[in-house]
Design a protein around this ligand. Structure first.
Ligand code: NDP
Length: 480
């Protein structure tokens, strides 16, 4: 199947006529072809967005909200179809795409359909000066949204929905390895009555198409989710052009477990926080730190639970772990298992590729647990972004905190304890943007989302996203 660019409400071929093969990770077969878009395609998308902006930015909030709601409804109605496309494109279990990815994509539109009706300008009366300040929040114009492959439609819409809700027009690029649901979103937007040019989707490689969006002089804001290295590169291009930047980057998140936690809850959730979506979630707890007093018990129970997970075809209902997103990514993740051996890490479970019946060419890897003793090892310092976790023990609260913070990343952390004082002491000192206590990945879309240190700049979610996608203009009026 040939995917096309969605520009000015039309599906069109790339100007060069060139296409790139896209693979189904569950069987290694070519699944679709995507446009290899260039600067010229991005320029065309920009022109469409620019043309649509004057009308869209003046469209009433009520109308914008209704269109976003309609998109949310259509996504919900096409749940099975979209989930199947996502699973084929990404390799994730169909059950996960049905339960998480697609419902959340719909929720993103519904959330911002509502949020925009509650987002308001501010007024400050300058008492004593006979003056009043009105702070308007104006749409920026044409903005760029670039998203990764791990939660394709989920993360794509998490950017697009607030951008268009706030009155901007968008040039967006999904990951080249998971383009399908972004392509289908174009159809849905047209069906929902989104005016032509408000959303333009350009497919292609990060280094060409993505970079053309970032470098375009008139695309004034870039919302990017992806790797830290790419984020730094994007910042180096966008910063001298004074673009607004939101960067959601990598993580190496600690999962800190104390012996006073609810053990069964912790164990069950830790299996998910380690291996959900094949460990390819930026929020996965890839460094498990366990209090010495329960370390051996945890180790035995965790290995047992993980050994019961089924690695298999994403379309089988009892599959827990599907395929990794690409051959290249599988090789990268496997290289860390070799690194572990060189560094003296001990593989407690997994470490091998899995040959899945009738899908022998798919990119499957066992969930892998590696015991390490030094937090400075590469395994504990570098983002692997696959089904590989490390475990190590700690003795004191102080040591747990030091280990948790001892990384360049600062996206999220999970803490398991029933001690309130410990909860407050630790959560206040963790250098991350997000902390979960006695849970993981429980998301309220009103809350700020994002990381510190090398995990990013800025926050998404709720009004934070609407603030990012608007410029504040203060008007000070003096009266007699
Ligand atoms: P990449 O950084 O490789 O790519 C992300 C997106 O950027 C893709 O669409 C990619 O296109 C594009 N891109 C690549 N190079 C450039 C460039 N020079 N200019 C503009 N765009 C470019 O990340 P991955 O897709 O590999 O995603 C995994 C990463 O994303 C992990 O590090 C993960 O932690 C992070 N992530 C962070 C989240 C957060 O909220 N903090 C959430 C989810 C993931 P293409 O695919 O075509 O190369």
């Amino acid at each position: 199947m040939k995917i096309k660019n969605y520009i000015n409400g039309e599906f069109i071929n790339p100007i060069s006529g060139e296409y790139i093969d896209n693979y189904n990770p569950s069987n290694g077969a070519i699944y679709s072809q995507i446009p290899n878009s260039s600067n010229e395609d991005v320029a065309l998308a920009y022109q469409a967005a620019k043309k649509a902006f004057p009308n869209w930015s003046k469209t009433s909030l009520d109308k914008r909200s209704k269109i976003l709601s309609k998109i949310a409804t259509l996504i919900e109605e096409k749940l099975d179809f979209l989930a199947t496309a996502e699973s084929k494109d990404n390799g994730k279990p169909l059950s996960l795409a049905k339960a998480i990815d697609i419902p959340r994509a719909s929720a993103n539109f519904q959330f911002f359909a509502n949020a925009i009706t509650q987002f308001s300008s501010e007024a400050h009366e300058s008492t004593g000066f006979n003056a009043v300040n009105i702070t308007l929040r104006e749409p920026i114009g044409v903005v760029g949204c670039i998203s990764p492959w791990n939660l394709p439609l989920y993360l794509f819409t998490w950017k697009i929905a607030p951008a268009i809700a706030a009155g901007n027009c968008v040039v967006a690029k999904p990951s080249e390895v998971t383009p399908m649901t972004a392509y289908l979103l174009g159809e849905i937007c047209s069906e929902a009555g989104l005016p032509k040019g408000v959303l333009n989707i350009v497919h292609g490689l990060g280094i060409t198409t993505g970079q053309a969006i970032v470098s375009h002089p008139d695309i004034k804001a870039i919302s990017f989710t992806g790797g830290t290295k790419t984020g730094a590169h994007i910042a180096s291009i966008a910063a001298p052009m004074f673009k607004k930047l939101s960067l959601e980057l990598g993580g190496k998140n600690p999962n800190i477990i104390f012996d006073d936690c609810n053990y069964e809850d912790m164990l069950e959730t830790t299996v998910k926080s380690s291996f959900a979506n094949q460990g390819q979630i930026c929020l996965c707890g890839s460094r498990i730190l366990v209090e010495e007093t329960i370390y051996e018990r945890f180790k035995a129970d965790f290995i047992k639970k993980v050994s019961e997970l089924k690695v298999g075809n994403p379309f089988e209902t009892d599959t827990n772990i599907g395929a990794l997103v690409s051959k290249q990514h599988l090789e990268k993740v496997k290289s860390y298992i070799d690194i572990a051996e060189q560094e003296g890490g001990k593989t407690l479970f997994g470490g091998n590729e899995v040959a899945v019946k009738n899908s022998e060419k798919g990119y499957y890897l066992q969930p892998t647990i590696i015991e390490v003793s030094d937090n400075n090892c590469r395994l504990n310092q570098e983002e692997i972004f696959g089904p590989v976790v490390t475990i190590m023990s700690f003795k004191t609260e102080k040591e747990a905190l030091e280990l948790a913070n001892d990384t360049q990343y600062g996206l999220s952390a999970t803490l398991w304890t029933n001690n309130l004082n410990r909860t407050m002491t630790i959560t206040k000192q963790l250098k991350t943007g997000i902390v979960w206590v006695n849970t993981w990945l429980l998301r309220d879309l009103r809350t700020p989302f994002g990381g510190t240190k090398a995990s990013g700049v800025g926050r998404e979610g709720g009004f934070e996203a609407l603030r990012f996608f608007t410029e504040a203009k203060n008007i000070c009026i003096k009266y007699e």
